[in-house]
Design a protein around this ligand. Structure first.
Ligand SMILES: [Fe+2]
Length: 182
């Protein structure tokens, strides 16, 4: 397994590996409402030898990374992440969702999540698309959580993925670490 990267982007990168992963979902960590009908994004602790091995290969940086199982019921509006600066997503069920990255034309048209620090949700009217991808089951992507991004699908199916995240390293640092493993 080589997490070598293919194309350079400042917002996301597909890793040159395809992973079908053994895992066990543990207790819930945190959840956020996505709309008024009870649709949620839910994070769980996860036990996975595959993810443990993946993180172990980061050597001295391994203590910066943690793993989750994430279940999402619907589309997610354009936002920057509250906690995670960088996410490595291992897609299990993709539901046809497109992940789109944006830049803001109007820096005032954002509003903060209540009491959650540095994350923001953005008004679509103020945004310009700068890149996107549609993941397939088994795909592995690195995502820059501090670039505005949203996830949408006409099919409204659940989306499930395993995630290795870092909240005290930035995106370029994580890419450098991944490149150093090649
Ligand atoms: Fe996000």
């Amino acid at each position: 397994m080589k997490p070598c990267v293919s194309t350079a982007h400042s917002m996301f990168k597909k890793l040159a590996e395809s992973a079908l992963i053994d895992y066990q979902i543990l207790d819930p960590k945190i959840e956020f409402d996505l709309d008024a009908t009870g649709k949620k994004i839910q994070y769980y602790n996860v036990s996975s030898q595959y993810l443990d091995n993946f993180i172990a290969r980061f050597g001295n940086y391994r203590q910066h990374f943690y793993s989750s199982y994430v279940s999402v019921d619907s589309s997610v509006p354009p936002h920057t992440d509250i906690v995670d600066r960088v996410n490595i997503n291992f897609y299990i069920e993709t539901g046809g969702y497109q992940t789109t990255f944006y830049q803001s034309r109007d820096h005032d048209s954002k509003w903060t999540y209540a009491d959650h620090g540095d994350g923001h949700v953005y008004n679509m009217d103020s945004l310009e698309q700068i890149g996107s991808f549609v993941a397939q089951p088994g795909d592995v992507y690195v995502l820059n959580g501090k670039i505005i991004h949203g996830v949408s699908s006409a099919m409204a199916q659940p989306r499930k993925f395993l995630q290795v995240s870092a909240n005290d390293l930035d995106y370029d640092q994580v890419l450098d670490i991944l490149d150093s493993l090649c």
